[in-house]
Design a protein around this ligand. Structure first.
Ligand SMILES: [Zn+2]
Length: 265
């Protein structure tokens, strides 16, 4: 069985003590490719470094909306990202998008953050169109505004809505635009019946799987540090929900990931 974990923060310090074993356990579960997803410029550089070490690792470069304007993202940020994006291990830009989940009380501060996130998202969109790279979208409490910025790029960029947890209407809108969605461990949680029911209705070419490790460990490991080997639990739950074999889910989600990220088969 071959699996792809399409979203892992492999550079995070949670993996510093046992990153080699994490990669071995993933390989033993059949995870043949891992997409390491960046949250800022440092993270992009760290992941590119790790990709030299781990042949299974592919990389995205970009700035997570919650990291926009944080840390030392130099003035040269966009030139630097464009430069990094052309490294051979890079398969996408992101994660990018809008996250209005936790905004400060002060309305002026809030508006500044929203504006900065919008600007950064637009810069990723332009770069994706220019370089022909797909986008990994992070959207939280900002559905309509994310959509507004993304819509003009319909047919111009490929995009995946990572950690999908939305409604059927939202899923339909994504699929109609030709974009994809992907499921994390949240689909395994007990209270996620509606999400499993939604997953059961999706066309085979429309979805991928991911861990978002070190976050969002699936059942039966909820609350623990997550790792790519556990993407199998996401596949199992989808298999149950869709009444397909886990082998079929592995095959179709791998095929979708290979195609979306242009991974070597
Ligand atoms: Zn993430």
């Amino acid at each position: 069985m071959r699996l792809v974990d399409t979203h892992v923060h492999l550079d995070f310090p949670e993996f510093d003590v046992d990153r080699d074993q994490v990669m071995v356990r993933a390989a033993c579960e059949g995870v043949h490719s891992i997409v390491g997803v960046s949250v800022d410029l440092d993270s992009s550089r760290r992941l590119l470094g790790l990709a030299q070490q781990y042949p299974a690792l592919r990389v995205t470069v970009g700035i997570h909306p919650a990291y926009v304007g944080k840390g030392k993202n130099d003035a040269n940020l966009w030139n630097e990202l464009e430069h990094l994006a052309q490294e051979p291990k890079v398969v996408a830009l992101g994660e990018t998008g809008l996250d209005f989940h936790r905004l400060p009380q002060d309305p002026v501060e809030t508006e500044a953050i929203r504006m900065a996130q919008r600007t950064a998202f637009q810069a990723h969109l332009q770069l994706a169109a220019k370089l022909g790279l797909p986008l990994v979208i992070h959207q939280r409490d900002a559905w309509e505004e994310t959509w507004e910025l993304l819509e003009p790029y319909r047919g111009k960029v490929r995009a995946v809505f990572h950690c999908f947890g939305g409604t059927w209407e939202q899923a339909e809108r994504i699929l109609r635009a030709g974009w994809k969605l992907s499921f994390t461990g949240t689909v395994t949680f007990r209270k996620s019946q509606a999400l499993r029911a939604l997953a059961a209705q999706l066309p085979e070419e429309s979805f991928m799987i991911e861990t978002d490790a070190p976050f969002l460990a699936p059942e039966p490991w909820r609350g623990r540090r997550n790792e790519p080997a556990w993407v199998i639990h996401v596949a199992r739950v989808l298999a149950q929900a869709r009444q397909q074999s886990v082998e079929t889910i592995a095959e179709l989600t791998t095929q979708n990931a290979v195609c979306f990220f242009a991974l070597e088969g």
